[in-house]
Every structure is written in C-alpha cells, then in structure tokens.
Design a protein around this ligand. Sequence first.
Ligand code: PMP
Length: 363
Amino acid sequence: LSPQYVRAIAPYPPGKPIAEVARELGLAEHSIVKLASNENPLGPSPKALAAIDNALLDIARYPDGSGFELKAALTRKLGVPGGQIVLGNGSNDVLELVARAFLAPASSAVFSRHAFAVYPLATQAVGAQGIEAAAHDYGHDLDAMLDAIRADTRVVFIANPNNPTGTWLANPELLAFLQRVPENVIVVLDEAYGEYLPQDKQSEALAWLQRFPNLVVSRTFSKAYGLAGLRVGYGLTSRGVADMMNRVRQPFNVNSLALAAAAAALDDTDFIARSYALNQLGMRQITQGLLLMGLDYIPSFGNFLAIRIGNAAAMNRRLLEKGVIVRPIGNYAMPEHLRVSIGLAAENTTFLQALESALKEQA
Ligand code: PMP
C-alpha cells in the first residue's frame, strides 16, 4: 500500500542491543562491551542528571514547544539568536525537518558515498531523489558534490567529521564550496562530532550564517554531551529557513527531560573537555593496537574508527560471540570495514584482545 519510494528505502540497521547479545550468549549485561553507536563512554554530565531530576516533577505537563530555555542557553553560548535555532528530537530530526521543508517528489538531494545513512533515508522518505556523489579517499569530494547538483537539487548534506569514515573537511574548503553552491540549495553541515575536533580544527561555520542564508549547521547532544538516549539536537540557520523547518516540526518534538538536560549539559564545559581528552587517549590506544596487529584503518576525527578487516561481517559475528558489539558498515558500501566506537580504556582493551584472538582463530 505504500508508495514505491517508501518501499524502496533500505531500513537503517541500528547497533545490536546489549540485552539481546547478553541473552544470546547467556552472559550478564555488564560483561558485554558495546562500542557500536558512537556514544560517550563517560555517560552523561552530572549537571544534566541533576536537571533531569528536577524536570521529572513536571512531566505531567507538555514540554515547552518553543524550547525557550534551551534556545536561550544556546544563544548565550553560541551568539545565535533564538529565531535562527531549530530544536530536534536528536539531530536526525533536524535532518528530517530540512527534508520535509525543502524536498518533494520532484526534487533531489546530494550527499557523498560513504556519508551518514540518514541522508538518503530522509530524502527518500519524502519521495525526493537521492544523488550520491563519488567519494575521495572515503571522504567527501566537494568538487564531485558540486558537479552532482542538478537544476532540481534543493538540499546538499555534508557530515563533518563524517560517520562512519571519520574523515574531515577544513574550513577554507567548506567556505569555498558554499560560495559555489546555488543560493536556492540548502547546505546542511552536520557537525554531530564537532566537539571531538582539536582546537585548531574547530568549525567556523557559525561565522558564515549571516552570509549564507541557505546554510543549516546541525549539532547534537548525543555524542560528546552524552545524552543519546534523550534525543535532542539543533539546527542553526537563517530566520527564513528556521521558519520553514518549524512549520513542519511536531509541536512538542523535544521532551521536557531532554530540554532541561541539554540546557544544563551545555554549561558543563569541563565535561566536554574530559570527553575530548578521553577520546584522544582511547583513539591512540586503539590505533596503536591496530598497528601492532598490522591492521589498516581510516584516520578519524570522530569518536570512532573504521578498520579494514577483510570479511567484516564474519569478523563482526566472531566479536559478538566474544561479547563485543561493534558495527559492520556494509550498508555504507564498505563491506571490508568494521566501525568501532572509542570507549573507556578497559573497553578498548577488551575490544583489542577480542579482535586479536578472533584474527588468530581466522588464520
Ligand atoms: N549525524 C551524524 C553524522 C551521526 O553520526 C549521527 C548519529 N549516528 C547523527 C547525525 C544523529 O544523531 P542524533 O540523532 O542522535 O543527534
């Protein structure tokens, strides 16, 4: 009964849940290591937890549908006025709001091969056509993306850093790209992993909002802020684009616990610094372990790593048998790579040991 474009959508394969793997192996849940969804291994900021406690008292009421407090906190931190902020139920919701506001069956969206899987999903769900541009060394090839833009293209999606490859584009490249994209094409700059960039590589995109009303910068509280389960993200754009996105937004799309936690987490700069430092250490730990095993990986600017493993589906099964959940990325046209999220030192060690023993079994 669904339209053909809905039936044509390839379902999004989420990471296997801990409870399911624990049951299959007959193990306790705490003995499973999950490094599959690029979550923050530190958990949430204590300030966010305290804010949730407080917000619980009010859950009989609807959330503030305008997200006044969270937007005010974002304005204080980022200097972007509330009228240019769109809140989402996770940043996936922000991506979907762009698709719903700007795409239709007669239009198209451009994204890169190996880019985040929700771009084709959001595009196809509204009946628009997805155009996949060729990648360069697994990362975005902005020239190829420009070439892919057609007269009916209304949206371009770019993830920086990209998931699952961890590749990153420098500010000058992106700025040059924006200057060449037609004004009637929305450019979504998805910065879900922006907090994991070192100081000298931080995004300058907010400074471009004034000049490019077609720019949407999307960010999330799911990664470095450690609030993936609450589902909250935001888009920063021009007033006009924000207005269109808000028209297609569900009135209460972000729940009250998420609103409160996100506003509190935003002030916890200490927590972000700790998350960044832990990720740097874990990244070094895992890449050094991989080098010792002679394994190749794509250098990553995120909190995860794509490792070339050969038959990744088979290796994924072996790791699951050892209670380690990672992510095969065959759905990203990368059947030889496994994506592992950076965890706590002990989790990274468990992963490396499981990988080493699985490689020996295979040999
Ligand atoms: N963008 C990218 C590049 C991602 O990897 C993710 C999470 N997998 C998201 C957006 C969406 O995250 P969320 O909806 O939790 O904000």
